[in-house]
Design a protein around this ligand. Structure first.
Ligand code: ADQ
Length: 552
């Protein structure tokens, strides 16, 4: 997609000269080396090329899918991030695409996206990325469904790498530029950047949940992280609950004055609010409507042996996604005869993810063992009960899988949003298919007509699966229609527009009457430094007014 096709969600951005800098752990591309790295991508995703002739491919993942369409074609767009390979980083470069057809002439098309690579050594990757980001913060922010691991050395590496990112942004940002920092790996960047560049307008968006106060209080670097986020003008979250958790925490931990969605810190007002992310709805619709994808969907059913019911799961292989719970629910349904093979088949696509982090290796073993059990018990020659595909796929193949599936099972134990659920709904222009959705996914707040389940309760997952499988076509179509209506007005452009509009208006601060001033005299707690303790935090951690964990 190009930005010309649907207007520019950032065009009314009046900041500075319109310069726009995105900061994320990863650049939006992977380098294609040798035979193409074995990735099953296709089409435009494999056609990106930098000026020095190196070939790049759009990387898979929620953030990239969301932001790439907003940057492409922009004159002053820089993306600061890591290339994906340890060691020295290449010189900054601009992405270009080969001419799409002869009419474009021999000149490749400029994308306008300047990539500013940030180098990371192998040791930094171990400590900052796999350690602090993915073994400390990730589990802590997902309800501690795995025990967070704390190492002071990881926290030090996190600090050093966040500083390097802030320095890179400082280097590439013209005066008055708008900077949008993304996600849990870079929570210290907003404050580090503000210290160097008070002229910048800084937004931060957290793609994962923000935990309730009592959980967050476990983090040894809790003060540093909250102060880091408060360096932004606008801190965006996926859900209102997450924003409330953060506001409540800032008030409790730092004693900052609060007014509605705003808190005052160092003489500035910072807004925290929810901006639920979405997908490029038109792209998914177009894909699902294309004859080749439709043919491929029919072919998939054919290859599966024409089952009556195809259930689909598509997830990164992550313990938050509830893949184990889903498999267990499916096995019990087969055992009890509420579902049967070969009439029913489960296709589980599990993208390899964070394989060097210990919990992930264990998860993979558990999932593969369970798949083996189910197939051993319920499979037949040529007709396994579970098709387990630990691979990445092209957008086209994913769309075909969505179209082929009667039931889409999205059962995370906790998820910031979950784009797969939205992609499935966007793909089902035929109004067929049913979505089983965890009430602990951010998307459950919008996709209210899904078959909801509590993945912590296997019976609940089983019941939702059976209700979805047995759904009467008219009812399923009504549910799908309602969910598609919601998505139509909440696509990724709307997300970006809302966030950027919110960021612009932070200059005005909270208006009088925009919310109650929740400052309570005496609420301020004594602070003893970044890793120190606070007096009175026990009451903050367990205070009755603290938001609970329920997502829906
Ligand atoms: P993720 O945890 O990665 O994202 P999700 O929101 O589902 O989860 O996004 C995954 C994306 O990767 C989807 O666009 C999906 O199509 C794609 N994908 C999944 N499996 C794939 C495969 N095998 N091959 C190719 N592509 C695949 C994080 C947060 C989420 C939040 C997003 C965006 O954890 O809660 O919704 O960021 O903010």
């Amino acid at each position: 997609m190009t930005r010309d096709e649907g207007g520019d969600p950032l065009s009314d951005d009046a900041q500075g000269d319109g310069a726009f800098v995105v900061v994320a752990n990863r650049l939006p591309v992977d380098e294609v080396t040798g035979n193409g790295n074995g990735h099953a991508g296709s089409g435009a995703e494999e056609n990106l090329r930098s000026a020095d002739g190196r070939v790049w491919r759009r990387s898979p993942g929620g953030l990239v899918a969301a932001l790439y369409p907003l940057l492409i074609g922009r004159e002053h767009a820089t993306w600061v991030g890591w290339t994906g390979a340890p060691g020295g980083a290449p010189e900054p470069f601009e992405l270009v695409e080969p001419a799409a057809n002869a009419a474009d002439g021999p000149e490749p098309n400029r994308t306008g996206i300047r990539l500013e690579p940030v180098p990371l050594s192998q040791q930094e990757l171990d400590e900052y990325y796999e350690g602090y980001a993915n073994a400390t913060i990730w589990p802590l922010y997902h309800d501690a469904v795995q025990t967070p691991v704390h190492h002071r050395q990881w926290a030090a590496a996190n600090r050093a790498v966040n500083r390097r990112f802030a320095e890179a942004v400082d280097r590439v940002s013209p005066p008055g530029a708008t900077v949008w920092v993304h996600d849990y790996q870079l929570q210290l960047v907003p404050a580090m950047l503000r210290e160097r560049r008070p002229d910048l307008r800084i937004g931060f968006f957290l793609h994962i949940p923000f935990p309730p106060v009592e959980l967050f209080m476990q983090l040894p670097q809790r003060l540093e992280v909250v102060r880091g986020l408060l360096g932004a003008d606008l801190v965006g979250f996926q859900t209102p609950r997450a924003a409330q958790n953060f506001l409540h925490l800032a008030h409790q931990l730092l004693g900052v004055r609060r007014r509605g969605q705003w808190v005052e810190t160092d003489g500035r007002w910072v807004r925290a609010d929810s901006f639920p992310i979405s997908i490029d709805v038109d792209e998914m619709r177009r894909l699902a409507d294309s004859p080749s994808v439709r043919e491929r969907a029919a072919e998939i059913r054919d290859e599966l042996g024409h089952p009556k019911v195809m259930i689909l799961g598509v997830d990164r292989l992550d313990y938050t996604k509830g893949i184990g719970q889903r498999l267990r629910a499916y096995r019990e349904l087969l055992t009890e005869g509420r579902l049967s093979t070969p009439d029913t088949v489960l296709v589980q696509v599990a993208t390899p993810s964070r394989e060097r982090v210990e919990h992930y290796g264990e998860l993979r073993e558990d999932v593969e063992r369970e798949v083996g059990h189910i197939n051993g018990e319920f499979g037949r020659v040529g007709a396994p009960a579970v098709h387990y595909l630990r691979q990445s796929y092209s957008r086209e193949e994913l769309a075909a899988l969505y179209l082929a599936a009667d039931v889409m099972a999205v059962t995370p134990l906790r998820d910031g949003m979950n784009l797969v659920a939205k992609e499935y709904v966007a793909a089902r222009g035929d109004l067929r298919g049913a979505l089983v959705l965890s009430e602990f996914a951010g998307s459950a707040l919008e996709l209210k007509h899904a078959y909801m389940c509590n993945p912590h309760d296997i019976n609940s997952v089983k019941d939702a699966l059976v209700r979805a499988v047995e759904a009467e076509p008219g009812t399923a179509a009504k549910r799908m229609t309602a969910m598609r209506r919601t998505l139509r007005y909440h696509d990724v452009r709307r997300w970006a527009t809302d966030f950027m509009a919110g960021l612009r208006t932070t200059a005005e601060g909270p208006r009088q009457g925009s919310g109650a001033d929740r400052t309570r005299p005496g609420a301020k707690m004594a602070k003893t430094g970044d890793s120190g303790t606070t007096t009175g935090h026990a009451s903050a951690a367990t205070g009755g007014e603290g938001p609970d964990r329920g997502a829906a």
